[in-house]
Design a protein around this ligand. Structure first.
Ligand code: PLP
Length: 403
């Protein structure tokens, strides 16, 4: 575009080059707060969803070996066969579920798994009904597809914690609904759908021809479980193999591999071809040598995971007991995941409160308004750090909580 003197006006020209959907993206208060705190010294950061333990050596060494053995070239679009088989065995051994390797698709992260799934399922104008509060990136991923999100909020009470009103979820589904999106266990609330709830959601979706997109990235981050191995209920426990169900998972949280960018999708047999098409034009294939580290994680990772869960359980209890002594702080008992999601009485503006924690306590947390419409006022705190760091953060926060 030019002005009256025939000069280029770059800003306007650049603005026109991008898709309108990018101009319309809703803000991301979590990222805004990270920028606000960037560069400050001596900050304790509990805003990111990861622990402070590095990836264990047995996983890294397996990836080095693969690299040295020439696993540095393109591979199959849906992942290395040995990894697809290792995940199938993992479901057999840990979940007691039979999922053949042909229904398992490796992706370059849980986030990519979500994008590929949405790209395969929804178009402009479709509706995604999402249980919230929810990780902001998933709302952003839907926005990019130009589908609309209808948010159905969990209810919260001090006695019952976070609960799902199934009738409200079903009532939110319309003719345009293509997908019901459920994150269980949930980031940020730790709410975990029961076997019965999953069954009812799938029955409803089956009747209506709606896809269920289940994010089970935190499936192993539970502190109690009725199963032989510590794990949450999975939609795969209640599904038929041909249900319209895509389950997303990731290596990030369970094995301290957030920087590796590896995840997977489990889908019905017919999904293999369609997800392959989308994945091919997206990334061609997931990184090759890292997949061999992932096999080591699946096959030898249980003792490491147990040590992580022991630390996080003890941190969870420490946090719960600490907040119990602060009458103005309200937090549901985190059943799962490594997040505390709390409210401070008389402090309805979570962005302003997060800023105060940064400015006055040198602690970076995530404002609840990043997690959907009804999460305003809450603050999310990741407790997957060393006990010493957690205690230091809580000490620093106290002067604000007491004021
Ligand atoms: C609910 C949920 N899904 C997916 C992810 C992303 O996982 P990945 O690191 O594999 O992209 C996260 C990360 O915080 C998450 O909280």
């Amino acid at each position: 575009m030019t002005n009256e003197k025939n000069e280029f006006i770059h800003e306007e020209r650049n603005g026109l080059k991008f898709r309108p959907v990018l101009h319309a993206l809703t803000s991301n208060p979590g990222i805004e707060m990270m920028s606000y705190a960037a560069g400050r010294e001596n900050m304790i950061t509990l805003a990111q969803g990861e622990g402070d333990s590095p990836t264990p050596d047995f996983i890294s060494n397996a990836a080095f070996e693969a690299m040295k053995n020439g696993k540095t070239i393109y591979g199959p679009t849906l992942g290395q066969t040995p990894l697809r088989e290792a995940i199938s065995n993992y479901y057999k051994n840990i979940y007691k579920i039979n999922v053949p390797a042909s229904r398992i698709f490796i992706t370059a992260s849980g986030s990519t798994a979500m994008h590929l799934s949405l790209a395969a399922l929804v178009d402009k104008g479709d509706e995604v009904v999402a249980v919230t509060p929810i990780w902001k990136n998933l709302l952003g991923a839907v926005e990019l597809t130009q589908a609309t999100t209808r948010q159905v909020s969990l209810n919260h009470s001090d006695e019952k914690g976070w609960t799902l009103d199934l009738e409200a979820l079903f009532a939110a589904c319309t003719e345009k609904t293509k997908v019901i999106l459920v994150v269980s266990p949930s980031n940020p609330t730790g709410w975990t759908a029961t076997h019965e709830e999953m069954k009812k959601i799938l029955e409803f979706a089956r009747k209506r021809g709606i896809w269920v997109l289940a994010d089970e990235v935190y499936s192993r981050l539970v502190f109690e479980s009725k199963h032989e191995h510590l794990r949450a209920d999975s939609f795969l426990d209640v599904a038929e193999s041909d249900d319209l169900l895509l389950v997303v998972n990731s290596f990030s949280k369970t094995w301290s591999m957030t920087g590796w960018r590896l995840g997977w999708i489990v889908g019905p047999p017919e999904a293999e071809e369609k997800i392959r098409d989308v994945a091919l034009y997206n990334n061609l294939c997931p990184p090759t040598f890292t997949q061999y580290g992932a096999i080591a994680a699946l096959e030898q990772g249980e003792p490491f995971l147990k040590s992580q869960i022991d630390l996080w359980r003890s941190n969870r209890d420490l946090l719960v007991n600490h907040f119990k002594t602060r009458e103005n702080v309200h937090m549901a008992y985190p059943e799962a995941t490594f997040y505390g999601f709390f409210k401070v009485e008389g402090q309805p503006d979570c962005k302003a409160l997060t800023k105060r924690f940064v400015d006055e306590a040198n602690v970076l947390l995530s404002p609840g308004c990043a997690f959907g419409k009804t999460a305003r006022g809450y603050i999310r705190m990741c407790f997957a750090v060393s006990e010493r760091r957690l205690i230091e953060a809580l000490d620093r926060m106290d002067k604000i909580l007491k004021s």
